[in-house]
Design a protein around this ligand. Structure first.
Ligand SMILES: Cc1ncc(COP(=O)(O)O)c(C=O)c1O
Length: 400
């Protein structure tokens, strides 16, 4: 009955792992879940208040399919200030989270069999979305030596006449690494030499960083001339802890933004009117709370990093932003877990034994296109982080 497309579809592995953790918790197990990419602190009060006010005032009907003008204006204003290039409300399309926006953009730019370059490790949804849009994901392995980042050399070698787009995510999910201005300048040079390549810049974590800077370095800071073929993707989910409100956006050239707006009008209509008011309030008044959250997040990162540092078998990679710790577990592989009496062959098996024998839920690197790693989300309570660290010690004692 179902299409080839439906048959090929896999559920999001991060959400699948999170569900398993929830099921075990519901069965009374004390599972610490480090799976899902979601802040564990509340939606910013200014945003929630604006949502309540929208309901009370009856702002509860369809809006323009690509978002209310006030929100698009504010997104354009703030993004222009952040990137140092000029956008107007017409250059913005608002949709159901950065996720559906990314999918919509891919639907608008890809013809069948066109290739999209995806640096690996990558966010789990990129390849699936490219395939759903009829394109072909082409992975570029980015090794530990470059901090899992794309280099100019790797990018040049990967571009072919079929290349339509490159997706860059900085700071990255799953590694938390961000590109420096120098690294971005080198990548920009390659893009300038290959004018057919569209750049999709997934900036969803670019304000959740551990330095004093307001946001991560961006390719438009060093190469504003790429603006005409760059599509910026962002939203309120991570920055203002609004994952459930489902508000994301893209900014870019009219050639893409206009059809993307039409695509939304034919597929989702507008997103929730209430969420749009809440997102606008977060953008207008969320800054003080964001600064506090960034401090809290940096403290969690420091605590978790320090508590896992001495654990035999784990090699840590200090993240620049987001809320993930990307750990190299290759030393653990090929060893026997004494209690489970099994040889741990790969990162999936390690994640499995961690969950069943040590009650810590993680996502294996293989899901992000990099075997030998685990992704741990540290956006959880300090108690959970301490518990998880102790359980990693227990795992290590079973293996070494
Ligand atoms: C790299 C990356 N991009 C985009 C998204 C989508 O965010 P949302 O759809 O909640 O705006 C996520 C969420 O996990 C992500 O990690």
């Amino acid at each position: 009955m179902i299409s080839k497309r439906a048959k090929a579809l896999k559920p999001s592995p991060t959400l699948a792992m999170a569900n398993r953790a929830r099921e075990l918790q519901a069965a009374g197990k004390d599972v610490v879940s480090l799976t899902v990419g979601e802040p564990d602190w509340a939606t910013f009060k200014v945003a929630s208040d604006a949502g309540i006010e929208a309901i009370q005032k009856g702002f509860t009907k369809y809006t323009a399919a690509h978002g209310i003008i006030e929100l698009r204006q504010e997104v354009a204003k703030q993004t222009s200030a952040q990137m140092g290039v000029s956008y107007s409300a017409n250059d913005v399309v608002v949709g159901c989270g950065a996720k559906y926006i990314l999918y919509s953009v891919l639907m608008m730019i890809l013809d069948s069999d066109e290739e999209v370059l995806i640096p690996a490790p990558y966010w789990v949804s990129y390849p699936v979305m490219v395939e759903l849009a009829g394109g072909v994901p082409k992975f570029i392995d980015c090794p530990a030596e470059t901090n899992f980042k794309l280099t100019a050399k790797l990018l040049s070698a990967a571009i072919t006449p079929k290349t339509k787009a490159l997706i860059l995510c900085s700071p990255s999910n799953p590694t938390g690494m961000q590109y420096s201005r120098e690294e971005l300048s080198e990548l920009a040079q390659v893009l300038k030499n290959n004018p057919q390549v569209v750049l999709i810049s997934d900036d969803i974590y670019n304000r959740l960083i551990f330095s004093e800077a307001a946001l991560s370095p961006h390719i438009l800071h060093v190469a504003p001339e790429l603006k005409e073929r760059t599509i910026l993707v962002n939203g309120v989910s991570k920055t203002y802890s609004m994952t459930g409100w489902r508000v994301g956006w893209a900014l870019g050239p009219q050639a893409v933004i206009k059809p993307a707006a039409d695509f939304l009008s034919q597929t989702t209509s507008s997103i929730s009117s209430i969420s749009q008011k809440a997102a606008l309030a977060a953008l207008l008044n969320g800054e003080p709370e964001l600064l506090a959250v960034r401090k809290k997040l940096a403290a969690k990162k420091d605590q978790f990093y320090a508590s896992l540092s001495g654990v035999k078998g784990l090699k840590l990679n200090a993240p620049d932003g987001a809320f993930y710790l990307w750990i190299d577990v290759r030393e653990c592989l090929g060893r026997t877990h004494k209690k489970a009496n099994r040889v741990i062959k790969n990162s999936s098996e390690l994640a499995e034994v961690l969950l069943t024998d040590h009650l810590v839920a993680t996502v294996p690197g293989s899901e992000f296109g990099a075997e030998g790693y685990l992704r741990l989300s540290f956006a959880t309570s300090q108690e959970n982080l301490a518990k998880a660290a102790q359980r990693f010690q227990d795992l290590s004692a079973q293996l070494f």
